[in-house]
Design a protein around this ligand. Structure first.
Ligand SMILES: *Cc1c(COP(=O)(O)O)cnc(C)c1O
Length: 355
């Protein structure tokens, strides 16, 4: 971590208008540090979504803390419901962790009002939402800490990498300390004569980013806004190409604001076989994916936390019906057309196929 990392962090914090941006090795690492820094411990509870990548609940579990899965708003709004968050708060609750699903900001006014009422900190998982804007504030600057992923599937990438953002000086200092072995100075300080030795004052990790990734990150950051609007345009093509009458619902349709357009999720009607749909699309050379199988239905979480199917009905329904169509900044309009045509045709076949 030298000059390039410092520049990457500075540029990132400028883009978000946030006081601190601290580069780390992944978003998982960032979420681990975020939870640990809030003083969360064994037997405490952190509220989080189950309709998310497992990397959200996992860092909570690293600390021996219990992830309490909360329900999403409705089938068309896939972020956490603030009133459901509220209903799960008890004396063991220590934090609220939200995901800006698909790059669409959560209802942060309501989330922050719940958090203020109970005096609980908020962690924003912004893996889908770099550059997304909520009423003039960037995602990752509204709660106490924001965590970003630069994994290769995200809107901006360093192949592997992440960033933690905060306006809180004390939290920023702790993130910096813990990302590099809990040491009071880094090699760069010693190289530049700012320090000669160091002390170890906490049980830190190696969650560092490196200069090569930061260099990639600087270039990627410069392309982020343009790439996000390219994603937006491709989403418009989809919305036009997937006119009405199909047996699908399109979440977030008519959403107002400036999301990051990370992915394009659709919801198949209940009588459509998702497996059959995915297979037919694959035969046409179109990759689809699922966001997400609910975290608490995974074997490990059932065993570890005694989670049971049926506890979050809306989350589970999305987990069964959701399909994500390809979306990337360089996608050609003819390819988007081809995807739309294929969706229409495959849904037509699926009616009789009964697979
Ligand atoms: C990708 C992703 C993560 C994990 O990011 P890594 O950088 O791979 O650790 C966490 N949460 C969500 C919602 C993600 O999409």
């Amino acid at each position: 971590m030298g000059e390039t990392t410092r520049q990457f962090e500075e540029q990132f914090s400028m883009l978000l208008s946030v006081k601190h941006a601290i580069a780390v090795s992944s978003c998982t690492a960032g979420l681990h540090l975020a939870n640990q820094n809030l003083g969360i411990e064994r037997e405490d509870e952190v509220i989080c979504p189950a309709l998310a990548f497992v990397a959200g609940a996992k860092p909570i579990r690293f600390l021996g803390t219990i992830p309490v899965f909360s329900e999403i708003q409705i089938l068309d709004r896939l972020c956490l419901s603030p009133s459901d968050i509220d209903s799960r708060i008890n004396r063991r609750t220590r934090a609220i962790q939200v995901v800006h699903f698909a790059g669409y900001p959560c209802d942060m006014d309501a989330v922050m009002s719940v958090s203020r009422r109970h005096g609980l900190p908020v962690i924003e998982d912004c893996s889908h939402a770099p550059g997304a804007d909520y009423k003039g504030q960037k995602c990752g600057t509204i709660g106490d800490l924001g965590c970003f992923s630069f994994y290769s599937t995200k809107n901006m990438t360093t192949a592997e990498g992440g960033m933690v953002t905060t306006n809180n000086d004390a939290l920023a200092d702790k993130v910096r300390l813990l990302r590099s072995h809990g040491m009071t100075s880094v090699p760069m300080d010693r190289h530049e004569g700012r320090a000669y030795s160091y002390d170890v004052v906490d049980l830190g990790y190696n969650y560092r980013i490196d200069e090569i990734r930061s260099a990639i990150g600087l270039v990627q950051l410069g392309k982020l806004e343009d790439n996000n609007s390219r994603r937006e345009l491709r989403q418009k093509w989809y919305l036009e190409g997937l006119g009405s009458g199909l047996r699908i619902r399109i979440p977030f349709r008519g959403f107002r604001g400036s999301p990051a357009h990370h992915i394009f999720p659709i919801m198949l009607d209940q009588d459509v076989s998702r497996e059959g749909f995915m297979r037919r699309m694959k035969e046409r050379g179109i990759q689809t994916s699922i966001h997400y199988p609910p975290v608490y239905l995974f074997e490990f979480y059932r065993q570890e936390l005694g989670c049971k199917p049926g506890s979050l009905p809306i989350t589970e329904e999305v987990g069964q019906r959701e399909i994500t169509l390809p979306l990337y900044p360089s996608m050609a309009e003819s390819d988007a057309d081809y995807v739309c045509r294929s969706v229409t045709e495959v849904l037509g076949e699926n009616k009789t196929a009964g697979n």
